[in-house]
Design a protein around this ligand. Structure first.
Ligand SMILES: CC(C)(COP(=O)(O)OP(=O)(O)OC[C@H]1O[C@@H](n2cnc3c(N)ncnc32)[C@H](O)[C@@H]1OP(=O)(O)O)[C@@H](O)C(=O)NCCC(=O)NCCS
Length: 174
């Protein structure tokens, strides 16, 4: 399996992955234009020449970044693809000098295994909720907010910080 940055050639596959799960009420629909506009923030999981999964990063204020639209093709579930995508999000966020990474999710066990902890949704900045406008569950959101600190040491460059981060995942179950 290979994880790589998305290109415009991947837009149809990403929209398909998102819509398959949006139709099952597991995530928000995203338009083709929205995916195109944010294409460089998407990661793709390729397996045997097929796009088996994708997810997006959305950089917000306060060195906080959100994982969005994480989706794996149903016939590829439970093969470690979701884990590989989230791990790459952690790498990218660390390299971008973010302090914390969060997600709104139903997949609590996956994120717990990767060091995320549950927080109250009220602890997230208001700006985050612009994506929820138009969601029919806006007033009774049943997703869980989960967050993880990233290792960023003042005075160290992104690569040193990434090494710290990778080292910490083997010793520190945040
Ligand atoms: C959630 C999702 C991305 C997981 O992808 P995946 O490739 O199957 O995940 P992984 O194989 O890496 O699973 C890692 C761990 O997560 C947990 N997990 C994954 N799917 C699970 C499920 N349906 N029920 C319970 N635990 C689950 C397990 O602990 C699993 O480890 P294990 O297989 O060793 O037991 C995928 O099921 C999906 O696309 N779901 C629909 C959309 C969605 O909910 N996205 C998350 C929004 S943030």
């Amino acid at each position: 399996m290979k994880i790589r940055q998305a290109t415009l050639k991947d837009v149809d596959a990403i929209v398909h992955l998102i819509n398959v799960h949006a139709e099952m009420d597991q995530m928000l629909f995203r338009s083709r234009e929205d995916v195109e506009t944010h294409i460089l923030n998407f990661l793709i999981a390729e397996k045997d020449g097929c796009i088996a999964g994708a997810c997006g990063l959305s950089f917000g204020p306060g060195r906080l970044v959100e994982i969005r639209s994480l989706a794996v093709l149903p016939d590829h579930y439970r093969q470690g693809i979701g884990t590989a995508l989230v791990n790459e999000c952690i790498v990218q966020a660390t390299l971008a000098d973010c302090e914390r990474i969060f997600v709104l999710t139903y997949a609590i066990p996956l994120f717990k295994k990767l060091g995320f902890r549950i927080i109250n949704m009220d602890q997230l900045p208001d700006k985050i909720w612009k994506d929820c406008q138009g969601c029919r569950k806006q007033d009774h959101c049943d997703e869980t907010a989960m967050i993880r600190n990233l290792v960023q040491v003042a005075g160290q460059g992104p690569e040193q910080n990434l090494n710290n981060e990778l080292r910490s995942t083997t010793t520190d179950k945040r």
